[in-house]
Design a binder for this molecule. Structure first.
Ligand SMILES: *[C@@H]1O[C@H](CO)[C@@H](O)[C@H](O)[C@H]1NC(C)=O
Ligand SMILES: *[C@@H]1O[C@H](CO)[C@@H](O)[C@H](O)[C@H]1NC(C)=O
Length: 185
């Protein structure tokens, strides 16, 4: 073999390998989101759609990263909803309705300040059983809020749908964290 050709052919091989690697990483992240959602939640399409709203999910290389991402989405969504409930509470005058909305502010406050951030902390220490329980509790806050609002709103009102979104998000987070249990990742 001509020794002068060797470095060049090596370079070509390296370039080809590099290009293949680049293609496979983005495809792998896409597959990671889809595979994870298929295993984590009974309606994988909803799970995929939520995760894709955060561009970090396109580069994620582990289920654990996806767990952090979905918890961040939970916190952001619950924070917005909580702020909305606070404005609503201040704007309405009916005493009983005001009280119901006040309970929702408290429910969402716990989800935002306690359940989801603590779930992230538990992920840090690989305490998956506790992280899973906290995510489940976060979803439960939305269920409880819906219960408070039921006397005042129909089930397909936008606020009730907003509650369902947080419930889905919390249950998806729970499902993803469950996949981590018993694994060292
Ligand atoms: C929560 O997330 C859903 C789905 O991404 C979005 O449609 C909705 O507007 C969000 N709500 C808030 C209050 O952030
Ligand atoms: C929801 O409400 C029920 C009944 O009041 C209560 O036992 C439960 O702890 C609440 N769940 C959450 C997550 O706040």
């Amino acid at each position: 073999m001509n020794p002068k050709i060797l470095p060049f052919s090596c370079l070509v091989v390296l370039l080809i390998l590099f290009a293949r690697y680049q293609v496979s990483t983005s495809a792998e992240s896409r597959n990671l989101v889809e595979d994870t959602c298929r295993k984590a939640y009974e309606e994988p399409d909803i799970c995929v759609a939520f995760l894709r709203t955060d561009s970090r999910s396109l580069k994620a290389t582990s289920v654990k990263e996806l767990a952090y991402i979905i918890l961040d989405i939970c916190i952001a969504n619950a924070t917005d909803t909580c702020n909305y409930f606070q404005r609503l509470r201040d704007a309405i005058s009916d005493r009983r309705a005001k009280k119901a909305v006040e309970l929702c502010v408290a429910d969402y406050g716990f989800a935002v300040k306690y359940d989801f951030p603590r779930a992230k902390k538990k992920l840090n220490s690989n305490s998956y059983a506790e992280a899973k329980k906290l995510a489940h509790n976060g979803a439960g806050r939305a269920v409880n809020c819906s219960r408070h609002l039921t006397p005042f709103l129909s089930s397909n009102s936008p606020l009730m749908l907003q509650n369902s979104i947080l419930q889905y998000l919390g249950l998806i987070a729970e499902g993803i964290i469950k996949l981590l249990q018993g694994k060292h990742v």
